[in-house]
Every structure is written in C-alpha cells, then in structure tokens.
Design a protein around this ligand. Structure first.
Ligand code: HEC
Length: 148
C-alpha cells in the first residue's frame, strides 16, 4: 500500500490517472448510473447544501437556475435544478456531482469529486477535488428535497 501511494504520488505529479481513493479521496462504487452509498458516515445536511449551491464560489448557479429567489443572476446553460429530487435518486444525484463526465463525456459540468485525469488544473487545485466528501453529501441531501 505504501508503495502504491508513493507510485501514485509520482504518477500524480505527471498528471496521469490514478485510482480513485489513492489521493485521499474516499473510495466509492458506481452501480449503473449511481453511487448508492454515501461518501461519508454522517448524513449530509440539506441547509448547508443549499448554502453551497447558492454560493457563487461553488459555481453551480453559473450554469443552473433553481428555486433560489435571493439570487438575481442564475445560469441558463444547464437544466433547472427545481425537481431534481423527483427526477433522480439520491445515488444518481451523487454520481452527477462526483463525476458527471462518467455519464456524458462531453459534459461541461465539472467533476466535483475527482482529482485524477483532469487537464489544465492550476497548481493550487492540483490533486484535490473541488468539493470535499462532506460538501458532496450536504449538496446531495439538499437536492433530494427539490421535489416538484
Ligand atoms: C459549467 C456548467 C455547470 C456547472 C458549474 C454545474 N453544472 Fe450541473 N449540469 C450541467 C449540465 C450541462 C447538465 C446536464 C447534463 C450534462 O450535460 O451533463 C448538468 C446536470 C446537473 C444535474 C442533473 C439535472 C437534471 O435534472 O437533469 C444536477 C442535479 C446538477 N447538474 C447539479 C449541479 C450542482 C449541484 C452544481 C454545483 C455543485 C452543478 N451542477 C454545477 C452544467 C453545470
């Protein structure tokens, strides 16, 4: 295992793909188009999740719009998030956040929980996912509440 992570670090520096989990990411299992199991032991918090989605730095609303009346400017490049919890299961929402490119390799949606296989990543962000496992779970907990 020690050898594996040393190898992975070396490989990571060359920006080549590394197995999921090898860079401090929680390992996860994809079943069909979903990640059925949470990335963390604790349940996500929908209130924190909503705050993250609405915050500009998470970038969601650069592309998406949704039931966020307090946000004047919202994106129109992606589906309205209203009703995502009716359209998708919790596990499907989790995979869409973790790595949307697995479902659509031409997607413009960032892979929020992935550190390998990305190109042109600035030095500060290299080898780190955009969101933490806890933040992914908080956002999933919020999205499942968006029922139409
Ligand atoms: C750069 C644009 C972009 C950003 C940023 C983005 N998305 Fe997406 N998202 C998309 C697109 C486009 C789709 C449609 C499916 C596809 O093309 O992959 C999508 C699909 C989705 C879906 C499925 C929607 C449906 O009902 O079909 C959800 C849920 C979602 N995004 C949530 C989020 C959340 C939460 C964030 C922020 C953490 C986010 N997205 C950030 C572009 C984006």
């Amino acid at each position: 295992m020690v050898q594996m992570s040393a190898l992975c670090l070396a490989v990571g520096l060359l920006a080549l793909p590394c197995p999921v989990g090898a860079q401090g990411l929680q390992p996860y299992v994809v079943v069909g188009d979903a990640i059925p199991e949470p990335l963390t032991n604790a349940r996500g918090d929908a209130t924190r999740g909503r705050a993250l989605v609405v915050e500009r730095s998470s970038t969601c609303i650069l592309c998406h719009n949704g039931p966020f009346p307090e946000q004047k400017f919202q994106g129109d490049l992606a589906p309205d998030l209203t009703g995502s919890g009716s359209r998708w299961s919790e596990g499907q929402l989790r995979l869409r956040l973790v790595d949307a490119s697995r479902l659509n390799d031409a997607t413009i949606m960032p892979s929020y929980y992935r550190a390998d296989g990305l190109t042109r990543v600035g030095p500060t962000w290299r080898n780190k996912p955009i969101l933490s496992a806890e933040q992914i779970e908080d956002i999933v907990a919020y999205l499942v509440t968006l029922r139409e």
